[in-house]
Design a protein around this ligand. Structure first.
Ligand code: KIV
Ligand code: ZN
Length: 513
């Protein structure tokens, strides 16, 4: 008999802890809906105690999602558990995930607590969480570097207290498959009440082993994997959902359990997360990279044409790769637009939302006569990202570049509703534009990243620009898309500034309590 492998997605929580990957509430709802279409079992929507904004985002996801379990993270503190329970209360099905560090280095330096006190806090937290739900997950943070005897003790105690899922994190990405997997097997074997809980793993990718460690754990008895779309996450990221799912599905011969996800939605999710966060997917990334199913060399192409299985172990269509269809043009009407958007999984909540996006579509169709699916998705992404409370808006931009002359940009911005203009110079059109913007806003931030990608091919394609700024330790990404890459760059810079000014202070869940 084949068991179910539970897929727990933490893109909206651990993924968002990646510097610059913070998302607005609307963006989180969009990603949560895409994850629901992907049919992940659990969506970890955030850490409600981090800030008012995080609380509201988790609440909004809880209100929206019906088919997946919505989960909220809480430290082993009553105040965090209260916030999580409140944010999740309207969900059709919810889980509270509580955690405390168990490795000697974390207990001594971060928590400044004795192991006995840590066990006591963990048990208290699980019992408290059980007041709100019978779906409680417990994680011993930095389990990968914890003493196995101590892990057995604390895990047995939290199962007795009512934890139904035990998640074993390799918080710092230190584990090796030959060691991490068997460790899970030994825990299951040694803990007398282990049969009362599901064992889960949560692996970070610091040594590039997150997926391998997760799979090894499954071979040793784990039945839940915590992972993120595109492997987004703290530092080098988390185990990537698409790799974990496709490895288990492709090697059914090795695994005693299978995930119940709709793999055809994988590529959609990957593109959405990339476009929302501004983190591009490398072309050679397994499953979702642009080259993942491209057979460049003549020998490979010949083999694939004669028999697909010569070089293909999976089918591109099974993870959502289809031809990028040209579907709409400047004469397409509102109904055709609404219907194609629905096929792409984008429903409009109000007629006003539809009209606003349709107007953007018409403006784009005036500049670019063939509109592809990817253009439509970018339209939605930029509409959602511009919903960030805009303090600074672009009114107009005039750029002059000429061989042998210094590029010049004249910009007019609306700042808090008042128009202001400036002229900037730079080494190129984009540099001059950013310098003009800074003359007005004087943000005193540092530009960490500027990147341009094309959404579709051709010289009339939309350029998608990502900008990352840092100010006083806060790192924020912003995006802009336009057929003119200088305008796309100005929009991306302003989007980043608006995100930098908004959002307020947030508490990191794994920081010092
Ligand atoms: O990496 C980690 O240990 C975590 C826990 C909060 C589960 O993200
Ligand atoms: Zn983590």
């Amino acid at each position: 008999m084949t068991d179910q492998l539970i897929i727990f997605d933490t893109t909206l929580r651990d993924g968002e802890q990646s510097p610059g990957a913070s998302m607005t509430r609307e963006e989180k709802i969009r990603i949560a809906k895409a994850l629901e279409r992907l049919k992940v079992d659990v969506i970890e929507a955030g850490f409600p105690a981090a800030s008012e904004g995080d609380f509201e985002s988790v609440q909004a996801v809880a209100n929206t999602i019906k088919d997946s379990v919505v989960c909220g993270l809480a430290r082993a503190l009553e105040k965090d558990l209260d916030r999580a329970a409140k944010a999740l209360s309207s969900a059709k099905q919810f889980r509270i995930h509580t955690f405390i560090a168990t490795s000697p280095i974390h207990m001594k330096n971060k928590l400044r607590m004795e192991p006995e006190q840590v066990v006591e806090m963990a048990v208290k937290a699980v019992k408290y969480a059980r007041r709100f739900t019978d779906n409680v997950e417990f994680s011993p943070e930095d389990a990968g570097r914890s003493d196995p005897d101590f892990l057995c003790r604390i895990l047995e105690a939290v199962i007795d207290a009512g934890a139904t899922t035990l998640n074993i994190p390799d918080t710092v990405g230190y584990g090796f498959p030959g060691e991490f997997g068997p460790m899970i097997g030994q825990l299951i074997e040694r803990i007398p009440n282990s049969h009362k809980a599901i064992f889960s793993v949560h692996c970070h990718n610091d040594l590039g082993l997150a997926v391998a460690n997760s799979l090894s754990a499954v071979l040793n008895g784990a039945r839940q994997i915590e992972c993120t779309i595109n492997g987004l996450g703290e530092r080098a990221g988390n185990a990537s959902l698409e790799e974990v799912v496709m490895a288990v599905k492709t090697r059914k011969d090795l695994f005693p359990c299978q995930p119940d996800v709709n793999t055809r939605e994988i590529l959609n999710c990957s593109r959405l997360v990339s476009s929302v966060t501004g983190f591009p997917v490398q072309p050679n990334k397994a499953i979702v990279g642009a080259n993942a199913f491209a057979h460049e060399s003549g020998i490979h192409q010949d083999g694939v044409l004669k028999n697909r299985e010569t070089y293909e172990i999976m089918q591109a269509e099974d993870v959502g790769w289809t031809a990028n269809r040209m579907v709409l043009g400047k004469h397409s009407g509102r109904n055709a637009f609404r219907a194609r958007m629905a096929e792409l999984g984008e429903e409009f909540e109000t007629e006003e939302d539809l009209n606003r996006t349709f107007a953007r579509f018409k403006a784009l169709a005036d500049k670019k006569h063939e509109i592809f699916d990817d253009d439509l998705k970018a339209l939605i992404s930029s509409a959602v990202s511009e919903e960030v409370n805009e303090v600074v808006k672009l009114v107009s931009l005039h750029v002059c570049t000429e061989t042998g002359e210094i590029p010049e940009a004249k910009i007019v911005l609306s700042v808090d509703g008042k128009e202001q203009s400036a002229v900037g110079h730079g080494s190129g059109a984009v540099d001059a534009t950013f310098s003009a913007i800074e003359k007005i806003v004087n943000s005193q931030s540092q530009l960490l990243l500027y990147s341009v990608n094309n959404i579709t091919s051709g010289t009339d394609a939309q350029g998608k620009v990502t900008v990352r700024l840092e100010k006083e330790g806060k790192v924020v990404n912003g995006k802009g898309a336009h057929t003119d890459i200088v305008i796309a760059s100005a929009k991306a810079y302003l989007n980043t500034l608006n995100r930098l000014y908004g959002g307020g202070l947030r508490q990191h869940p794994q920081g010092v309590v």
